[in-house]
Write a protein that binds this ligand. Structure first.
Ligand code: COA
Ligand code: AMP
Length: 635
């Protein structure tokens, strides 16, 4: 028997132009497309070629035109500053138009890049939408990254203007942003022309005359700016994400396909309608924040929540339930790690009982593998469906999901259910041959990818091809390994590269190794992601010292931990390293990372046939026990 999901899925693959062309009818266009899908330059594909639109118009003005001007568009809820501020669609549009005017006064025009380095305040979303309004390309950088990471992004994006705030708040700590911003600009080769700073009362930034512009003063002087028509294929944003080196990848998102795809997902995947309250508890610095704090819910005419707090400690493990009940949230989307933190602090769900959650209908989880225990705890305590779904910064929206607005499939724990419409997900072996159901291989997606996904990497078509398309011709490589069962449920097991997932944050162990190698006493090193009860994975470093080093091991470990914090940022959560005499390697000199990882996680492992000296594995086990991993965990 077919259902709405099966029908949509089949149609999306058989007739992608018909399927997405119909979805696009629901959006605003200054000029309609000449062609829904342009495949004349394979392996590059473009959606809605010839069309003109504006992302900000679709997010705000469109709803005001339709009579939703007085409905709430955005609720800023900040337990760390004890503030709740609400914006109707008209109020948000007016703020955004004013800030677009501020940008115009700084000479920003269509195509210019703007880096936004901000905490979770409403002004971050206002800045993003203002860029979209005038066709400028934003690149939001997560606040937990260090100055050096910001500098790398400045060099790549070459922003005309930076937008930042005086500080962020991490539970009770005030983190000053301005010194980080100044340091990043000092480190970068490319220099932006101006920095617009939003002053927060908890820490005032020192302003440099001629360079820094005060947000409020500039807003007072600016005239509101109108939406500028852009090509559907023009870039809306660049979002940098971890690659396998210290050089992050600049994922590009266009305007037209992004509007169409995200608006479509709101009903079909998340089952929300215009007027519903939708909350993605993430950060605007991540793709989830782009797609589901800012753009998706606003395209649909929902009320979105922008939350400046943590799942625990702001002030307690009941804050999610307080926000849901106070604002009438229908659908919550967050990372499993947030629920693990809540479960740890409130195992019996006592806080849940204190709040009226009658409006709350579905919990969505993504960003890392959802462990069955966390899903089951959430199901038991919340009494709503808990939906795991799988996606990536590159894809912009879910590759696999239980599409709640189409058909609700029974949940199989450990699986994000089935490929979403538009996604021809397959499993192949190293030679790109399909593998049978149940067998693990590389998870790939047959080209073309649906709209809203990455058309390329910023000014780097070559790296785009090399990273995603070359290994499996005709397919997009997700760099995740997994399998598909007989019923079409997809299982995502692990990454095939050196990316790890720490508290839902995507990080490259290769980039951390680059930092460790820079320490003057380090001869060789390896960084691996080991299992962690709260964060899913955490990085652990193994260091081999150069001969004749006089410093103590403790001192060196302390120094490398600080180096990672300074160069990549606190978000790397790199706190553990150990000095070892040597690293286990194959006879050809490749470090046996998989084997070390298995020992650390207490999983069974075979002594690799290619190992040059098996006795080294005992040394590794000892070293791991010394830092509380391996056997120590078992005992
Ligand atoms: N600005 C500055 N520092 C930041 C930061 C930001 N925006 N975000 C995180 N950090 C810092 C933290 O303060 C912490 O610093 P510390 O080492 O001095 O303690 C460090 O980076 C690591 O942060 P995090 O991994 O988030 O751990 P945590 O212990 O602060 O909190 C959780 C743990 C599980 C509560 C938290 O990670 C969480 O809420 N995760 C949800 C993840 C998420 O939203 N992912 C997005 C994908 S959906
Ligand atoms: P990011 O680009 O930060 O969204 O990280 C993407 C990666 O996170 C994916 O390639 C997966 O490895 C992992 N991931 C995201 N969602 C899931 C999920 N639901 N199940 C398993 N892994 C996931």
């Amino acid at each position: 028997m077919t259902n709405l999901y099966d029908e949509a899925y089949q149609q999306s693959l058989k007739d992608p132009e018909g399927f997405w062309g119909k979805a696009a009818e629901d959006c605003f266009w200054y000029k309609k497309w000449d062609k829904v899908l342009d495949d004349s330059n394979k392996p590059f594909y473009r959606w809605f070629v010839g069309a003109e639109t504006n992302t900000c118009y679709n997010a705000l003005d469109f709803h005001i035109d339709k009579g939703r001007g007085d409905q709430l568009a955005l609720i800023y809820d900040s337990p760390v500053t004890d503030t709740i501020k609400k914006y109707t669609y008209t109020e948000l549009r007016d703020e955004v138009a004013k800030f677009a005017g501020v940008l115009k006064n700084q000479g920003v025009t269509k195509g210019d890049r703007i880096i936004i380095y901000m905490p979770m305040i409403a002004e971050a979303a206002i800045a993003m939408l203002a860029c979209a309004r005038i066709g400028a390309v934003h690149s939001v950088v997560f606040g937990g990254f260090a100055a050096k990471e910001l500098a790398t992004r400045i060099n790549d994006a070459k922003p005309k203007v930076m937008v930042s705030a005086s500080c962020g708040i991490e539970v009770q700590r005030v983190i000053e942003y301005k010194p980080l911003l100044d340091e990043a600009i000092r480190l970068s080769d490319y220099k932006p022309e101006k920095c617009i700073i939003f002053q927060r009362p908890m820490a005032k930034a020192e302003m440099a005359a001629g360079m820094d512009v005060d947000w409020n003063e500039a807003m007072a002087k600016a005239e509101p700016a109108d939406c500028v028509p852009v090509a559907a294929t023009d870039p809306l944003y660049i979002l940098y994400t971890s690659g396998t080196t210290g050089q992050p990848k600049g994922v590009v998102r266009d305007n037209g396909g992004h509007i169409v795809a995200l608006k479509w997902t709101m009903k079909n995947i998340y089952d929300v309608d215009a007027g519903d309250v939708y909350w993605a508890a993430s950060d605007v610095g991540w793709v989830v924040g782009h797609s589901y704090i800012v753009y998706g819910p606003l395209f649909k005419g929902c009320t979105t929540i922008l939350f400046e707090g943590k799942p625990v400690g702001t002030p307690d493990a009941g804050v999610f339930w307080r926000v849901i009940s106070e604002h009438g949230v229908k659908s919550l989307f967050t990372a499993p790690t947030a629920f693990r933190a809540i479960k740890r602090d409130d195992p019996k769900g006592e806080f849940i009982k204190k709040y009226d959650l009658s409006n709350f209908k579905i919990l969505f989880l993504a960003g890392e593998r959802s462990d069955p225990d966390t899903i089951q705890w959430s199901e038991r305590n919340l009494n709503v469906p808990v939906i795991d779904h799988w996606w990536q910064t590159e894809t912009g929206w879910a590759i696999c999901a239980n599409c709640m607005g189409l058909h609700r499939f029974p949940v199989k724990y450990g699986s994000p259910t089935k490929a979403a419409p538009g996604w021809d997900v397959q499993v192949v072996d190293e030679g790109c041959n399909p593998v049978p159901p149940g067998k693990i291989g590389a998870l790939v997606v047959k080209l073309p990818l649906p709209p809203g996904t990455l058309p390329t990497l910023y000014q780097n078509d070559e790296r785009y091809k090399e990273s995603y398309l070359d290994e499996f011709p005709g397919y997009y490589k997700t760099a995740d390994a997994g399998y598909i069962d007989e019923e079409g449920y997809v299982y995502v097991m692990s990454r095939t590269d050196d990316i790890i997932n720490v508290a839902g944050h995507r990080l490259s162990t290769g980039a951390m190794e680059e930092v460790l190698s820079d320490h003057q006493d380090v001869a060789e090193c390896a960084v691996l992601g080991v299992e962690d009860k709260l964060k899913g994975q955490v990085p652990v470093g193994f260091i081999v010292l150069k001969a004749g080093v006089t410093k103590s091991n403790e001192e060196i470990v302390k120094e490398v931990v600080q180096m990672v914090r300074d160069r990549i940022g606190p978000v790397a959560a790199f706190k553990t390293a150990t000095v070892v005499k040597r690293l286990p390697k194959t006879r050809s000199g490749k470090i046996l990372r998989g084997t070390i990882q298995k020992i650390a996680d207490n999983r069974e492992f075979k002594v690799p046939a290619t190992i040059d000296d098996p006795t080294i594995l005992n040394e590794m086990e000892e070293a791991l026990t010394g830092i509380g991993l391996a056997k120590a965990r078992k005992d």
